[in-house]
Design a protein around this ligand. Structure first.
Ligand code: GLU
Length: 307
């Protein structure tokens, strides 16, 4: 579990996808990831998850914004796209253990397939898990005609896995035969995140709680790959006054938008501090010094800004 005690050997991290500017919810999660690492005397790393959804210039802007809030990192910022060899090595290691199979299903086939008994909705039903050699050959030909590669899936040997979350407590969640490499050849998020966190010595994962259901899959994959045990802290999402997940369309929700409206980075940290019940914060360090993780609100943060 995430011990709220020093662990000099471990590290925390923040791992944004460079799809645009970070909004206040992202910035709040980043500050909390940094603060939790620093208060437990861990290193803190930044990783840009640029395998997918990349907007030109977004990574640089995100890093500038994080620095403007007072977040500092140890060591170089890692670009996930430079980690291909490590991702492929992990897939090869799992393959050598018979833990990988080719999947020829289209998205529609998966949606329309009857789910396996006891499997929760959305879990892969295992259609391609035990194909004969002839069926696999036919699948490859079908993929070839579609100009796609088969996806690679993990042959999971468990149905559930338990993780410890600082806020949610012990969480037992589904582990299905998750995708390791997609049909378009891109390494899947779940694999990349586990391999890259392990390589960086990360043992504390703080992120938004829309990823809580991915944590058991990732922890199981980490277990298979011999990664350090990770403690999670999934922070409530930020939402607009309508209750929808905060997004660009909600108006001036990024640091740059706020600055364009005459606020400062310190004012924005102040808003984040207010959301945590610690008014008067001006920098990430103020949050570090005053934030009590045990008193973090568990409900989504409703961001209602003057436009
Ligand atoms: N890159 C993911 C995102 O921006 C976060 C991944 C993670 O923290 O594990 O949503």
């Amino acid at each position: 579990m995430i011990a709220d005690t020093p662990n000099p050997a471990g590290a925390g991290r923040y791992a944004p996808s460079p799809s645009g500017d970070l909004h206040l919810g992202n910035l709040r999660t980043a500050i909390l990831a940094w603060a939790l690492a620093r208060r437990t005397e861990r290193a803190f790393h930044l990783r840009i998850e640029d395998l997918d959804r990349v907007r030109a210039g977004a990574a640089e802007r995100q890093l500038e914004d994080l620095a403007a809030l007072g977040i500092d990192e140890d060591g170089p910022v890692v670009l996930q796209s430079t980690r291909g060899a490590a991702h492929e090595a992990a897939i090869a290691a799992l393959t050598a253990r018979g833990l990988v199979y080719e999947c020829f299903c289209t998205r529609r086939e998966i949606l329309e397939a009857p789910s396996a008994p006891h499997a929760p909705p959305g879990a892969y039903p295992g259609t391609c898990r035990d194909l004969t050699a002839a069926q696999r050959e036919a699948g490859r030909e079908r993929m070839h005609a579609l100009h796609r590669e088969p996806a690679l899936r993990l042959r999971a040997e468990v149905a559930t896995w338990q993780v410890e979350d600082l806020f949610a407590g012990e969480v037992t969640g589904t582990v299905d035969d998750l995708v390791l490499r997609r049909g378009d050849g891109v390494v899947a998020y779940n694999l990349a995140v586990v391999v890259d966190d392990a390589a960086a010595g990360v043992d504390q994962v703080v992120r938004a709680d829309d990823l809580l259901s991915s944590a058991p899959r990732q922890a199981y994959l980490g277990h298979l790959l011999g990664a350090p045990m990770v403690g999670f802290a999934h922070v409530p999402l930020a939402v607009s006054p309508t209750g929808a997940r905060l997004a660009k369309r909600d108006g001036a929700v990024t640091l740059r938008d706020r600055i364009a409206r005459g606020e400062t980075a310190e004012d924005v940290v102040g808003r984040i501090g207010d959301s945590l019940g610690i008014p008067g914060c001006r920098t990430a360090r103020d949050v570090l010094e005053r934030w009590d993780p045990a008193r973090t609100p568990r409900e989504p943060w409703v961001v209602d800004l003057p436009s």
